[in-house]
Design a protein. Structure first.
Lengths: 280, 139
């Protein structure tokens, strides 16, 4: 039987991909950010060893344009290439999908009344490839298969925290009913506080972000009830990406064991957050 | 963290967005208004389109269903104006990437700071949320 063994939260700032691609991860600016991921890189390689990652992320006008806006979309393809976001594709390995598991999850979610959009072919942008680089560095091939799960966090209304939590719960049930013995992780990416637009750009909120991390580490489901307006006021217009961490947390159940946590300000315009949790 | 759940009235939901200082939330209304600005920007993901745009920006823009106001805002890289016209930052990022600008430098042009001033603010912990959460509430 497949099972979700851990959840990871991580920012996915494009500049982190640039740092990896240009070999700057140890310099004075990026060093303190990447050091906070060293624990996780070692744990993934020596202890956790996941087979598949369900990677919850948002597309940044790469695979989807303004024409089609799926609220929740799941990648059911065999392979995904790195997207050209305006300066050429990142030089990272192709991302191998797990089509059997992805189709199983897609069908199970639809029966659970989550009306998923199914994607067979797409390119994946920094939202998906930066977290892979943060956790695995620069391997010749990614050591996991990936089920991409794209969430609309750009055009409002984006899905509620409540719905995101429930989706996480439904994903966990779907994984548990997959017959093959698979070690599956779920990653929620994006955030933490940042605002990339308008005169208020540059807003960061260390205190709120850390309260959010505390909430994810604690028992119960309070995080599902944070309203959109609170993310917008407190964490900037792009802080809403944290609803994707709520999907991850929802998949882990009532209580979790916190394994690792890291927070750093700034990376470009953004507060970097990272957390590793196991279902208790 | 305030607890809410369940159905929300769409009018009340949207009205709250206008109470955030210096912020244009990318609502469905803005997405409708800025559709061709964003689709134009999206086209710059292809290197051949970037080359064509750079060769003659005005001619390239004339191929799109854009208002004169939108074309002028695009030509002058007036990002706050483009947000007002329904542009979205992730789409507009294709334009400033084509210009060779980093996210931080492009974002700084929407504030009242120069890029070095903005970068310094970020390195010192970013803009504080204090006083810029709510227009009406002044907190």
């Amino acid at each position: 039987m497949a099972r979700i063994t851990a959840g990871i939260g991580s920012s996915h700032v494009p500049l982190l991909g640039v740092a990896v691609d240009q070999g700057k991860t140890g310099d004075a600016y990026f060093g303190p950010i990447f050091q906070g991921y060293e624990w996780t890189r070692k744990w993934l390689e020596t202890t956790a060893k996941p087979d598949v990652v369900i990677l919850v992320y948002n597309d940044h006008a790469s695979a989807f344009d303004a024409n089609i806006i799926p609220t929740f979309a799941i990648g059911c393809g065999e392979v995904y290439k790195s997207a050209d976001e305006g300066w050429g594709p990142r030089p990272v390995p192709d991302v191998e999908g797990h089509a059997d598991l992805a189709w199983h999850i897609a069908q199970s979610l639809i029966l659970e009344e989550f009306d998923m959009t199914i994607i067979n072919e797409m390119d994946v942008d920094h939202g998906l490839t930066v977290p892979l680089s943060m956790m695995f560095g620069t391997p010749a091939a990614w050591p996991v298969k990936v089920v991409p799960l794209a969430v609309n966090v750009v055009t409002y209304p984006v899905p509620s925290g409540n719905r995101c939590w429930a989706l996480g719960e439904a994903i966990a049930r779907a994984v548990e009913s997959f017959p093959e013995d698979l070690n599956v992780q779920i990653w929620g990416t994006g955030g933490m506080s940042h605002q990339l637009q308008g005169p208020r750009a540059g807003l960061l909120n260390r205190e709120w972000d850390n309260r959010f991390l505390d909430l994810l580490e604690s028992e119960g489901d309070a995080a599902r009830h944070i309203p959109h307006i609170e993310y917008l006021r407190e964490t900037g217009s792009e802080g809403i990406e944290m609803v994707m961490w709520v999907i991850m947390r929802g998949a882990l159940g009532h209580a979790v064991t916190p394994l690792h946590r890291h927070y750093h300000i700034p990376c470009s315009n953004t507060a970097i957050g990272h957390i590793v949790l196991e279902p208790a | 963290m305030t607890a809410t759940r369940g159905q929300q009235d769409i009018h009340g939901y949207l009205a709250e967005f206008d109470d955030i200082p210096g912020t244009r939330v990318y609502t469905a209304a803005r997405a409708r208004k800025g559709y061709w600005i964003n689709q134009f920007a999206m086209s710059l993901m292809k290197s051949e389109n970037r080359a064509r745009f750079k060769a003659d920006e005005r001619a390239y823009l004339d191929e799109w269903k854009l208002s004169e106001e939108a074309k002028e805002a695009l030509l002058s890289r007036d990002y706050n104006r483009l947000l007002d016209l329904g542009g979205n930052i992730y789409f507009l990022s294709k334009l400033f990437s084509t210009d060779g600008l980093s996210f931080a430098e492009a974002v700084s042009t929407m504030t009242d700071m120069t890029f070095p001033e903005y970068r310094e603010m970020m390195n010192n912990g970013g803009r504080s949320p204090e006083g810029v959460r709510s227009i009406k509430g002044k907190y």
